[in-house]
Design a binder for this molecule. Structure first.
Ligand code: SF4
Length: 63
């Protein structure tokens, strides 16, 4: 499973990082960046929570 970020949609709400701190980092302005795109099995729940938390649909998971 891969976590993908469309940076053009990210508005810097920062809501995605809390459920998935191992996968997502925020810059000084709150915009998301991916620490990892390949999601380990133990991180799948966190990745799904991060996708659900984003109000701008900037994150998605692909298998
Ligand atoms: S919740 Fe969405 S819009 Fe906000 S920082 Fe994360 S990816 Fe960007």
């Amino acid at each position: 499973m891969k976590l993908l970020l469309d940076s053009t949609r990210c508005q810097g709400y920062g809501l995605c990082q809390e459920p998935a701190p191992e996968l997502i980092e925020l810059d000084d302005w709150g915009y998301a960046g991916l620490s990892a795109t390949e999601v380990p099995p133990r991180g799948e729940d966190a990745a799904e929570a991060a996708v659900a938390a984003c109000p701008n649909s900037a994150l998605r998971l692909v298998k």
